[in-house]
Design a protein around this ligand. Structure first.
Ligand code: HEC
Length: 124
């Protein structure tokens, strides 16, 4: 009897979790995709929150040149967000100025950048 009860609870949970699945990734649900794409997930953050200043201030974060600037400029240590100046700037830690200066990005966006770096900072 106990096992049957467990089974019912578990299938209920499975149904509930299944209903949280999205076909397309919505604007700001506070979640991080399982696989982060630089072009589709990271660059839009730069476009919305950074390029107004980082069009001429290094690192230039405009679409098309941002990836090369971040990697070659040493702002990103692939696989190691904690030691990446880029990630530190989003948190305003380790003596790096908080970016954007007006206030932290939403956690979900910071975590997208973190995951992109920790997954190897690919140009994908
Ligand atoms: C209002 C203008 C402004 C915005 C918006 C802005 N930045 Fe900056 N950023 C600056 C300035 C000015 C500097 C250089 C001086 C400094 O470190 O404060 C800088 C420096 C940086 C640095 C280098 C830090 C270092 O210590 O070398 C990084 C990385 C950076 N910004 C990333 C970003 C990112 C990512 C965003 C968007 C999420 C962003 N910035 C948004 C003005 C801005």
């Amino acid at each position: 009897m106990k096992n049957l009860y467990k089974l019912i609870v578990l299938s209920g949970m499975a149904l509930f979790l299944g209903s949280c699945y999205y076909d397309t990734f919505p604007e700001d649900t506070g979640t991080v995709p399982d696989e982060v794409s630089y072009q589709q997930d990271v660059q839009p953050i730069w476009n919305a929150a950074c390029t107004e200043c980082h069009g001429n201030i290094p690192p230039t974060l405009e679409n098309g040149v941002s990836y090369t600037n971040l990697i070659n400029g040493g702002y990103v240590v692939a696989g190691d967000s904690q030691n990446s100046v880029l990630y530190q700037s989003l948190l305003g830690i380790e003596g790096v100025s908080l970016m954007p200066p007006s206030g932290k990005l939403p956690d979900s966006q910071i975590n997208i950048v973190k995951k992109w770096i920790d997954d190897g900072a690919e140009n994908n």
